[in-house]
Design a protein around this ligand. Structure first.
Ligand SMILES: [Zn+2]
Length: 466
């Protein structure tokens, strides 16, 4: 009876609303300190946290920082390399593997968004398949709950490498949430302020400005990021744990059995000396020494290579507002690369990430034999109709499938087009030996040069579709 009585009372409160005195008392309470984080890690899949666990080991064990993790997906696709479960059942397991891995690091607060795994290199596919808006709202809520000083997430950009669209989507959402969580008119129902509120609708969180955002790459060549942010040794011995940071990170990674069981079994059989030898071999080590965290931006003035926890207060960094790309009246006709590359150019401008590293020439890696798409935006001078001519220079043995030639474009501000080129199939040894090659698109508008678009393409034996 006691239990029943208790549950009826709770129900009454839900139906009638909380009495005014109780509402005022709850508004005066501070935020729930159990969920305060110093660092919020935002990644796409269970196991992606492993990219930064050597630094997190330092932050947690020796700097006494609180870390929380948000995963964008439950990791239900891909193969189960350990057991028989697939799809939803595999997602349940991946979630538990991730929670166990975080627990080994000393991370208790872990959440999962509802993004769906998307096998492609195009971030726009991932954002579409995830449900961009709903997941962004949830991430802003989690930032307002955990109130982190620092976000660490995947680099939003296109590089030769795994270049997973889901990884990039985690970085895009985290960057957007950095800019939104402090704004009281964004998702206002998550706040309540002094409203006489019914708790079932209004969350009574507070706005929160994250101070810094750092990224880690998904690119083959990590050397290009040296100097773009602070670097931390993975080999240094943790003062409190008496072992190197890579060892703590490696032990945490061995929960991900459905992903790489053979590697985990091999590692677990290694002596300390053998594991150390592996970590000293740049071709076999799981992390680069030292590990660079790529500086995105800081709310207060800060140099890229300053320590993660430096400059958490001071003079606010003025940020530029929306600029040229919002313009719809073009003085000149130009042809530019669009698709994910065009998106990231606008993204960097709008989110004040002008210093973020971009590939010198736009690049991508695809599986040999796969088609390569070169997406183009044509800005029309004065929004007039024009005759566009595209000439494609493709490497020897590659075949232009579509997009080349002359086309009459109607009167409009911008047009979108695509050149498609088929890449040759290569043997495993040929693809190993081949370096990146360039596709060049020469554009003429009404007979005058309007742009030369280059895309560097690396062919390899495997890879996500573009
Ligand atoms: Zn991943």
């Amino acid at each position: 009876m006691k239990v029943l009585f208790g549950s009826i009372c709770v129900l009454c409160l839900l139906l009638l609303g909380t009495p005014l005195a109780a509402q005022i008392a709850s508004s005066l309470k501070g935020p729930d300190e159990r969920f305060k984080a110093d660092i919020l890690v935002v990644v796409a899949h269970p196991d992606d946290e492993g990219a930064v666990t050597p630094y997190l080991a330092r932050a947690i064990h020796d700097l006494h920082k609180r870390v929380a993790v948000v995963y964008g997906t439950h990791g239900g696709s891909g193969a189960n390399n350990y057991g028989r479960e697939h799809a939803g059942g595999l997602a349940d397991i991946r979630e538990m593997e991730a929670r166990e891995s975080c627990a080994r690091m000393g991370i208790k607060n872990v959440w999962f968004l509802e993004g769906k795994d998307t096998a492609s290199q195009n971030v726009l596919n991932s954002l579409a398949n995830w449900g961009h808006g709903a997941n962004l709202e949830k991430l802003v809520e989690l930032i307002r709950l955990t109130r982190p000083d620092v976000i660490i997430t995947s680099l939003p950009g296109v590089f030769i490498g795994e270049n997973h669209g889901d990884h990039q989507a985690a970085g895009v959402l985290a960057t957007e949430a950095f800019d939104l969580a402090g704004n009281p008119v964004v998702f206002p129902s998550e706040l309540a302020g002094a409203s006489a509120h019914r708790e079932i609708y209004l969350e009574n969180l507070q706005v929160w400005q994250v101070k810094k955002i750092y990224y880690f790459p998904d690119a083959n060549d990590e050397k290009q990021f040296v100097g773009t942010g602070p670097a931390y040794s993975i080999k240094e011995i943790s003062a409190s744990q008496k072992k190197p940071y890579w060892r703590i990170a490696l032990d945490a990674a061995t929960t991900h059995l459905t992903q790489y069981p053979a590697d985990i079994e091999r590692i677990q059989k290694m002596s300390d000396a053998e594991a150390e030898k592996m970590m000293s071999d740049p071709d076999a080590a799981w992390w680069t020494e030292p590990e660079t965290l790529i500086f995105g931006k800081s709310y207060y003035q800060s140099k890229p290579t300053d320590d993660v926890f430096a400059n958490l207060e001071g003079e606010a960094n003025p940020c530029l507002g929306p600029s040229a790309h919002m313009q719809r009246n073009f003085a000149e006709t130009t042809v530019k690369l669009s698709g994910p590359w065009g998106f990231y150019q606008s993204f960097r401008e709008l989110h004040c990430l002008s210093t973020l590293r971009v590939a010198d020439t736009p690049e991508i890696a695809v599986m040999a034999g796969a088609p390569v798409y070169v997406p183009l935006t044509i800005a029309h001078a004065g929004s007039k109709a024009l005759k566009l001519q595209l000439k494609v220079e493709a490497p020897k043995g590659w075949k232009v499938i579509s997009g080349e030639g002359e086309i009459a474009l109607p009167a409009e501000a911008t047009s979108e087009m695509r050149v498609e080129v088929e890449s040759p199939t290569l043997t495993a040894s040929e693809s190993k030996a081949s370096g990146p090659q360039e596709i060049i698109v020469h554009a003429l508008a009404d007979g005058a040069p309007a742009g030369e678009i280059k895309l560097r393409v690396l062919l390899r034996s495997h890879g996500l579709p573009q």
